[in-house]
Ligand binder design. Structure first.
Ligand code: LLP
Length: 418
């Protein structure tokens, strides 16, 4: 274990979160089950906050990573803002008590309905991804007689050296506007009366483990801002550096956050700019685990399969990206073995680990898929008409809170019985 997954630790060979035995939770609430540590969310948030001392900043927790309402309320209580990418996320953020003036709205395909909803809610700003979108915001704002703040997402064409599915700032990606297109558009933007261009936004990818791509991006941004300011765009006061900070799933060595903060802060303070960041995974990723029960231990011709009651519909990252998440037995046993940990879904891609060495496991044991706080429950589906899992949150005082009950059978039909 290292400092990145210390919210879930073994005591006497039993996995715990605070003073709560994970096995007891599995028995009480059933499996599959997501378990979150509120200490994890808090510590990570404060760590980012501390790394950014010296600059006026706003941390907008990226709701897409984990949008349970209890988590959003927890983030709101810390003073966090929110990065939202849909009307649904905006709805959750507002219901969860995030002040509208701490909400930024990103995404390449905002509909008119979503734009109207966000303008009516008085959010801080849109992170705009195309000129067509800015046209739509101008038109809708004009109709409402409002002035809407925007940041423009620049595609810096920087390689963050991460999984190609989660790279977002290269020129072949659909995100953002190139500097050339922005400069061509500016004369037209000058005539817009209902849009206020206040910031530059950039999100270059996720699970980034080196500071360098941030520095390169920021250097591009500050020279662009210098140029814009000298051409009369004095309203630009925000730089949004996106999210993307990497965490440990296996053997990664994420960068030191203090160093990252220093590089960013030094480049912005001299220019009097304010900073927005939109971290998701860094806050939620290691703050959660996914607990499943081994229903069957099946000896195949060449492999041993641990067939669990959790599937790819509950946690799809290994199936979708081939991602690695550690797997621990909630009750550590003597010896180890090499197994495939799979789910019950009717797809060969339904696995959590292949050829993985884990501690010897018996039928009925509970396994924990680690680092499951980000992009796990958030990407769950009802595939195979499986009910979505329950979620519990463990407080620092070891209080156990059920924050989502498991779907009931009738929940599966809820929207079809018209
Ligand atoms: N801001 C924007 C504009 C984003 O697109 C994202 C993530 C974030 C912030 C938060 O990034 P983070 O701090 O979490 O890296 N499902 C994939 C990751 C997709 C990332 C999408 N964008 C996974 O499971 O690895």
């Amino acid at each position: 274990m290292n400092r990145f997954d210390n919210y879930f630790t073994y005591k006497d060979d039993q996995l715990y979160c605070e003073n709560v035995k994970i096995r007891d939770l599995a028995k009480e609430f059933g499996t599959p089950l997501y378990v979150y540590s509120s200490r994890g969310f808090k510590e990570r948030y404060y760590e980012i906050d501390a790394a950014l001392v010296g600059i006026e900043h706003l941390i907008c927790y990226s709701i897409k990573t984990n949008f349970n309402m209890a988590i959003i309320r927890l983030m709101a209580s810390l003073g966090s803002g929110a990065d939202v990418v849909s009307g649904g996320e905006l709805y959750r953020a507002l219901k969860g008590g995030i002040p509208p003036k701490k909400i930024v709205f990103a995404g390449v395909g905002k509909t008119r309905e979503e734009i109207e909803y966000a303008i009516d809610s008085d959010i801080l700003m849109f992170n705009c991804e195309s000129i067509q979108e800015i046209d739509a915001i101008e038109e809708i704002s004009a109709k409402k007689g409002k002035i809407t703040s925007i940041a423009i997402r620049i595609n810096p064409d920087i390689d963050p050296e991460t999984h190609h599915y989660i790279t977002t700032g290269k020129k072949e990606n659909k995100f953002g506007i190139t500097v050339r297109h922005l400069l061509e558009f500016l004369p037209r933007l000058r005539d817009f009366r209902h849009v206020r261009f206040r910031g530059i936004h950039g999100h270059i990818g996720s699970q980034i483990c080196s500071v360098e791509p941030y520095v390169k991006t920021l250097d591009k941004f500050v020279s662009l801002i210098d140029e814009l300011k000298s051409n009369g765009w004095g309203d630009i006061e925000f730089v949004n550096m996106g999210g993307g900070m990497g965490i440990v799933y296996n053997e990664e060595t994420p960068f030191n956050l203090q160093l990252w903060g220093k590089e960013i802060v030094s480049r912005l303070t001299s220019r009097g700019l304010k900073l927005i960041v939109e971290p998701g995974r860094y806050i939620s990723g290691n703050s959660g685990i996914f607990v499943v029960q081994v229903i069957y231990r099946k000896e195949g011709e060449t492999k041993t399969f641990l067939i669990t009651d959790g599937g790819m519909n509950d946690l799809i990252r290994p199936a979708l990206y081939g991602s690695y998440q550690k797997i621990f037995n909630c009750e550590r046993r003597e010896g180890s073995e090499i197994v495939d940990v799979v789910g019950p879904v009717c797809e060969s891609g339904d696995f959590f680990a292949k050829d993985r060495e884990i501690s010897t496991t018996l039928q009925g044991d509970y396994l924990s898929v680690m680092s499951a706080g980000a992009y796990c429950m958030a990407m769950a589906s009802h595939y195979n008409s499986r009910r979505l899992p329950a979620e519990v949150l463990i407080t620092e005082e070891s209080e156990v809170r059920l924050i989502r009950r498991r779907d009931r059978w009738e929940d599966l039909l809820r929207n079809e019985e018209l």
